[in-house]
Design a protein around this ligand. Structure first.
Ligand code: FMN
Length: 294
């Protein structure tokens, strides 16, 4: 492979492949994973903000919806009503997506969480940017999954507006009752899995995000996964460095509103018209004229 002609994605993927005769990877995983010091260090992974005001979350009632119904009902919500969410709803969203739903008195496995994680290292962190949740002042919170509590990071009614502005879709975020921001702390997974860790981190964020979307559907709420945002503006709102810990997803959640705003639909129509013109005029993806019947 000529490295100069490769995309960054190809280079990364090639360099993080597990190969049958590459003993180094297996030895690393075994040596690190079996180390008592590593096991002690990673028994209950997760950030803790010392000194932050803590808000205990209720243990939510079991969700009513069947899995079939939640999957069938999930749709990306494009617009939300102005209504607030309740604290038990937010507790459900968090516990059933990334928390320890089996505790207390469950399996006894202290790291058993709602989403799987390579090596049980759980690099994902969840922050909440609250606009309208009963019992929570607007601002920024961190979900400490191990204890099912929120840690108050910043009380600021403007935080949700700032987050909306940091996204490529302010009109979608601005009316959400709460936006969950999923980040990853890379070091937790890199220590054991080296270059392969980045793959695992991204996969794991997806597991947690899908749980959020299905729980939102089960609660009768709307949600949408947003990957388009100005990374470092989001990091500034969360006060994370964007290097050791970085954001991957914004997940606005709220009661479902009256549908796409007309200006958004008009924007989509305008983009579609431009694409159609370009498509008709230029060469197609295979290098042939797209207008040539194929
Ligand atoms: C990785 C990922 C990133 C996405 N980012 C955005 C986004 O930035 N803005 C947006 O409007 N929708 C975003 N979406 C939502 C998709 O547009 C949506 O899932 C798609 O249109 C299919 O519709 P559905 O979710 O209702 O099935 C994203 C979805 C995924 C999986």
């Amino acid at each position: 492979m000529d490295p100069s002609s490769s995309t960054l994605a190809e280079l990364y993927h090639e360099n993080s492949k597990q190969r049958r005769y590459d003993r180094g990877f297996g030895w690393r995983v075994a040596a690190v994973g079996n180390s008592p010091a590593f096991q002690r260090l990673t028994r209950r992974p997760g950030k803790r903000y010392g000194g932050a005001r803590e808000i205990a979350l209720p243990r939510p009632e079991p969700l009513d919806a069947r899995l079939h119904e939640a999957i069938a009902a999930r749709r990306s919500a494009r617009r939300f009503s102005e209504e607030s969410l309740t604290l038990p709803e937010v507790a459900s969203l968090l516990l059933m997506s990334a928390g320890l739903p089996d505790e207390p008195g469950g399996s006894g496995r202290t790291t058993f969480r709602a989403a799987p994680s390579a090596g049980g290292l759980h690099p994902t962190e969840i922050y909440l940017v609250v606009r309208a949740v009963d019992g929570l002042a607007p601002g920024v919170y961190h979900y400490r999954a191990n204890d099912h509590v929120l840690e108050t990071l910043l009380l600021d009614p403007a935080a949700s507006r700032r987050l909306a502005d940091a996204s490529s879709y302010p009109e979608k975020l601005e009316s959400a009752a709460v936006t969950l921001v999923l980040t990853a702390v890379f070091g937790r997974t890199v220590l054991k899995y080296g270059e392969r860790a980045y793959r695992f981190v991204v996969l794991e964020i997806g597991h947690v995000a899908q749980n959020v979307l299905l729980v939102a559907a089960a609660l009768g709420c709307g949600a949408i996964p947003i990957g388009g945002f100005v990374d470092d503006e989001v990091h500034a709102i969360l006060d994370v460095d964007g290097v050791d810990e970085a954001s991957f997803y914004l997940l606005p959640v709220g009661r479902v509103g009256p549908g796409d705003p007309p200006e958004w639909r008009e924007g989509q129509d305008a983009v579609a018209a431009v694409m159609a013109r370009l498509w008709a005029a230029g060469p197609g993806p295979s290098g042939e004229d797209a207008a040539t019947p194929g």
